[in-house]
Structures are given as C-alpha cells and as structure tokens.
Design a protein around this ligand. Structure first.
Ligand SMILES: *Cc1c(COP(=O)(O)O)cnc(C)c1O
Length: 392
C-alpha cells in the first residue's frame, strides 16, 4: 500500500528500538502551532495548502498530514506523482496538487489518483485533458505564472494570449481550478523583488479571461516567507512549507522548533596527547582528552561540512565540539570538559538539551546551506519519533 512507501514512511516504527542508535524527534504540537501562526497572519479569507513534498520535508508525510488536519487545510501540495499517490494512501481525499512539472508519461497515473497538476504550457494541458478522458475523469489544473522564478510557468506578460488558449480547452473535461506564482526572494531582507513579482502576477491576472461558467479561480502566491511578511498577497490559498517544520523565514515571526536530531554515545575513551581521530587524521589531541563516539554519521544525513565548521553537539546540557572528519556511521566529539559522560548518553545535534539549544538554522548556516536541505537530507536510517518524551 502506498502509505507504507518511502514517501510517507516513518521508516523503523517500532517505538521500543527507535531511540537506540540515532533518530529524529518530531514535535507535532509545535508543527500545529506554526501552522496556526501562518493561518492567523494570512487572515480569514485564505486557506492553507501545506506542502508535504519530500516526505513532509523529511519529517514523515503520514504523521504530519494527520497533525495538520485540525487546522482544516483546503488541500495539500506535493512535488511528484508518487507523492500524490502516497497522500491518497494516507487516506486524504481532498485536493492534492502536484506543484512541480511532471513528464507526460505520468499523466495517466496522476489522473487515476485524482491529483491536480500545475501546468506551464498549452500542450501539457492537451495531454492532461486526454489523460482525464481516458480515465473517465474531469481533471483539475492550476496554471503557474512565471514572474521571475524561471523554472516553470506561463509568461506573465503574455497572459492574454495563453489565457485564451487555456480557457478554450478548459470546460467539461477539465477544471481550471487556480492560478499561482512563486516568489524567489520572499525570505530576503529586501522585499522589493517580491513586490515586483506580485505586480507582474496581478498584471497577468487582469489579462486572463474570466471563467465562462462564472466560477471562481483560486489565486495563490505565498510560500512561508511571503505568507508571513506580505500577508496582503495571500488571496485564496497560502502554501507554507519550511515554517511549519521549524525553519526561519525572516525576522518578523519565529517558528517553534519542530525537529530534533539525536544520537547515542556508544564509546567513551581517555586518549593520550598526540592521539588522532578520523580519516586523514585531521585532529590531534594536544593534551590527554576524553573522546565520545556517537552513533551517527553522514550515512544518516549528518553533513560532513559540520565538523570543520565548528560543529558542536549537546551532551548533559553542555556543548562538545565535533573533532576530526565525520564518518559514514560515527562521529567523535571531545568531552574533556563534560564530567560523567558514559555510553548510552544522548547527544543532541539539533534541538534542546536542558537549557541549551542548537537551532536548525544554526546548523544549516554552519554547513553553508539552508534548513530545507538539512531536513530533507535526514536519511532513512533515522527513525522518526513523534512527540518524543525526555532524554533518557
Ligand atoms: C515548496 C513550495 C512552497 C513552500 O515553500 P516554503 O519556502 O517551504 O514555505 C510553496 N510553493 C511552491 C510552489 C513550492 O514548490
């Protein structure tokens, strides 16, 4: 069944073993609070279409979906047909929109799963209508309008031309459900490029033909950053992703932390001055030290770049520096300054331990990347644990 696929999974789900090596904790209540923030800021006219692509940014589609239902989303967004099928496998019957372009060979599957596609050209719409005809279904689509993102979408300045062609094809066999654009810089300090994109989008909307049947086309534009920083652009739907999952999108609102990354200490050893650690022996003890080996490595999605960038972990509420290169399966930290560390202790790579916290965005910045890439890179070897309790 699709719900068991890698697109939804919680991987190893046996709760008795999930926290034995390394794992991801997901605070679903924090996720809900973040969704509520977006909802309140976006206003009562706009409904949520949370993004569940990439297995809900690595945190597990099935549980994230269930956690968001009380926020009464209009629908959910995914990026691939297989993800849409997984969404159906989770039992979601409402709108499911595939936001990335897909290959023509996938239209039949998309129609069978009753997904809505986002289209960028008239030829694709013809193919989609044909797929719907074969499936005996009135298919739905949203037209993407490219206002500067450049990866997909109809041209904003030529809406009168393509709009007429799309309107001519939409009708009994297909439903033109929505029009949207996507901002490229809504999380940047300066919002002028976002405002310019919005003006282009509005220009395009003004030049589109009105729906013939008098129905309402849904208008949407805002990702997390735009939803919180330019709520006046929300219109009918808001499309939050990263903010739900605890990623920062600007100074105005801060998300509750949702994901924590933890690993067990599996070895603790005293080493003499001169001892080296890791491939390339890049670290050497200047004096006698205590090293703890953690059961997590880049094979779990822990970035190798974190080591040389001054990466730290929390053990017993204190910071311990990562030393040497991160291996595929293990990482070594110096615990010379933390008394009493023993195998079985929990090390926190992202998240809170007592009064200290390592934030997701802090780790991303150290690795020279963004929170999105850290979360979606968390590997299948890490069980996802939901609403996890204390650190024992
Ligand atoms: C991923 C995505 C979003 C969500 O963006 P965040 O920055 O994660 O909030 C919104 N819209 C589209 C089209 C997307 O692909």
């Amino acid at each position: 069944m699709a719900a068991q696929s890698a697109y939804t999974t919680c991987f190893v789900t046996d709760p008795s073993t999930a926290r034995s090596r390394a794992w991801v904790e997901v605070d679903l209540e924090a996720l809900r609070r973040n969704a509520r923030t977006v909802r309140v800021v976006a206003g009562s006219e706009a409904q949520l279409i949370p993004m569940l692509k990439a297995n809900a940014y690595g945190l597990g589609m099935e549980r994230v979906l269930a956690a968001l239902l009380p926020e009464q989303p209009w629908g959910f967004g995914v990026a691939a047909v297989a993800e849409g099928e997984a969404l159906r496998g989770c039992g979601w019957r409402g709108p499911a929109v595939v936001f990335a372009p897909i290959a023509p060979g996938e239209y039949a599957r998309a129609a069978a799963a009753n997904l809505a596609l986002c289209l960028s050209d008239v030829e694709a719409l013809r193919g989609w209508v044909q797929a719907g005809r074969s499936a005996g279904r009135r298919v739905a689509f949203h037209t993407e309008i490219d206002t500067g993102m450049g990866r997909a979408g109809f041209s904003w300045s030529e809406a009168a031309v393509w709009g007429a062609a799309v309107a001519a094809l939409a009708g009994l066999e297909s439903r033109w459900e929505g029009c949207f654009t996507h901002f490229h810089s809504a999380d940047e300090p300066v919002l002028a490029p976002t405002d310019e994109q919005w003006e282009r989008f509005e220009y395009a909307l003004r030049n589109l033909p009105a729906p013939r049947d008098g129905s309402q086309r849904l208008v949407h534009a805002t990702n997390s950053a735009a939803a919180l920083r330019r709520p006046e652009y929300a219109r009918n739907l808001v499309r939050p992703g990263i903010f739900l999952y605890g990623g920062e999108v600007g100074a105005e609102y801060h998300p509750w932390a949702v994901a924590a990354l933890r690993a067990r200490v599996v070895l603790v050893r005293g080493v003499p001055a001169g001892a080296t650690v890791g491939y390339g022996a890049t670290y050497q003890a200047a004096r006698p030290e205590r090293w703890a080996t953690l059961a997590i490595g880049y094979g779990d999605g822990l970035r190798r770049a974190l080591g040389p960038a001054g990466g730290e972990v929390l053990i017993r509420g204190q910071r311990a520096p990562i030393i040497g290169r991160i291996s595929m399966d293990v990482t070594v930290v110096n615990v010379a300054n933390i008394p009493g560390v023993v195998p079985g202790d929990v090390a926190t790579l992202i998240g809170r331990d007592r009064d200290v916290e390592i934030r997701l965005d802090e780790v991303a910045a150290r690795c020279g990347t963004i929170s999105y890439e850290i979360l979606t890179g968390l590997g299948p070897r890490l069980p996802r644990v939901y609403d996890a309790p204390d650190l024992t």
